[in-house]
Design a binder for this molecule. Sequence first.
Ligand SMILES: NC(=O)c1ccc[n+]([C@@H]2O[C@H](COP(=O)([O-])OP(=O)(O)OC[C@H]3O[C@@H](n4cnc5c(N)ncnc54)[C@H](O)[C@@H]3O)[C@@H](O)[C@H]2O)c1
Length: 245
Amino acid sequence: MRLKNKKIIVTAAAQGIGRATALTFANEGAEVIALDINKEKLDEISKENPNIKTEVVDATSKSEVESFCSTIDSIDVLFHAVGFVHHGNIMDCDSDEFYRSVNVNIYSAYLMSQNLLPKMLKNNKGNIIIVSSAASNVKGVPNRFIYGTTKAALNGFVKALAADYVSQGIRCNAILPGTVETPSWQGRVNMADDPIKAREDFIARQAMGRLAQPKEIASLALYLASDESDFVTGTLNLIDGGWTL
Ligand SMILES: NC(=O)c1ccc[n+]([C@@H]2O[C@H](COP(=O)([O-])OP(=O)(O)OC[C@H]3O[C@@H](n4cnc5c(N)ncnc54)[C@H](O)[C@@H]3O)[C@@H](O)[C@H]2O)c1
């Protein structure tokens, strides 16, 4: 029960990393509120663990985030996993696609953090964990132009937030996964001209020669969410099977 008495909000909780993390947190005793835009899949997670409360919230909508956060009195941890992968280089990324990624990947983190931070400051204790990516300022990855750009921005976001609030009991850290076997990753593989080769290529780029499972990312999230990591802030935590060695 490493998260006993902790109240945690998990975004993008209906599938993939967010789902695995919400379940891990709840199994470790946390009171979890799972947010997503996919109601059907959210319902599945609360069936799997009835202690997880769910709510449909679009993390890019100012009004929805404000309205949801107004119902929250106090909160210990925000785990923010909302993100979108645009495939292509700068020439493939028109203005609409550029701003879509900025909106989903950066603005959502800003909205969730800005609305929940005051509740954390009331208690002089809080913890924000942002799911970024190894594809960022850490590693340039072909055809991940706007994705890598926005994830690099998130790494800066985490450092800035950590610096501003370190003296007020707030921690902020990032998780930078390599390739994780999630439904959206599977979707990207299926969309490739040759899905079998695409899968092999994704696997080969991790030096360990395999993909991560969402549960492995959840294990790192568990450490960062717990008091065991109380001395840790402003860190960019790679978990990438040796991709960036
Ligand atoms: N899968 C990978 O290989 C990988 C690698 C590095 C980083 N990441 C990052 O991890 C995070 C999660 O990715 P994943 O592959 O586990 O998940 P996913 O893409 O499979 O699922 C994302 C979830 O987010 C929800 N969502 C999308 N937009 C939303 C919004 N505006 N508000 C609320 N919910 C929304 C979706 O409904 C979905 O349930 C993302 O930020 C992604 O960039 C993933």
